[in-house]
Design a protein around this ligand. Sequence first.
Ligand SMILES: CC(C)(COP(=O)(O)OP(=O)(O)OC[C@H]1O[C@@H](n2cnc3c(N)ncnc32)[C@H](O)[C@@H]1OP(=O)(O)O)[C@@H](O)C(=O)NCCC(=O)NCCS
Length: 209
Amino acid sequence: MSEIQVRPARVDDAKPILTLVNELALKQVMLPRSPASVIENIRDFLVAEVDGKLAGCGALAITWTDLAEIRSLAVAPAEQKRGVGRALVDALVADAERLGLPRLFAFTYVPGFFTRVGFEICQHEDLPHKVFNDCRHCPKFLACDEIAMTRVIDAEASPAHLFGKPQRAIPLPQRTPSFRAPSLAPTPAEPPPEAADPIGPSDGTAYQN
Ligand SMILES: CC(C)(COP(=O)(O)OP(=O)(O)OC[C@H]1O[C@@H](n2cnc3c(N)ncnc32)[C@H](O)[C@@H]1OP(=O)(O)O)[C@@H](O)C(=O)NCCC(=O)NCCS
């Protein structure tokens, strides 16, 4: 059996990462990423190689002192169900331990996989930092069909002793059928010309940050 190697991503991994993630995103199994979001956050990413070829990727995005998200976890279809996803999660968990992060979460359509690698289902409302920071800007905010899952790394850690809860400048909007997320940006007189995106979808799909 081929050996799986997991290593931190380099900038020259950005394009293969985008290709892998956005091809899977076209199948509606995960959110797409823009080139800028992958390049700017390349230090969040780990890649897995099998026989020297990129077989998967995953990112650890820090939300707060007590919480980080596993994002953009993707394994090439030909390499799935061979342990690559588990190797990536194990390495991301080791990274979280090194950073002193006591809890991880993921939003996913594959709860079965995340259960196998130590996560359990939680409520979206159990993740207020995440809901406040990202979800309220998401077009799926009112009808999110992703499953929230969490894995405790250090049950003894006290978030209050680390930094406390994030302060909210404005209250979290209620998710009701009539809710419309307020636009904080002024409406431009004319829409800017659409930037060419060589890799991501151009159908107006919202990218993950
Ligand atoms: C989900 C994904 C990352 C799993 O990666 P993988 O390399 O196939 O998973 P592994 O081979 O490491 O599987 C680890 C365990 O999870 C199980 N598993 C894998 N995919 C599963 C699934 N879709 N449903 C239930 N269990 C699953 C495996 O059988 C294995 O079980 P074991 O503990 O009995 O050995 C991969 O299928 C993928 O990239 N899917 C498309 C993108 C996606 O959904 N990403 C998640 C975004 S949050």
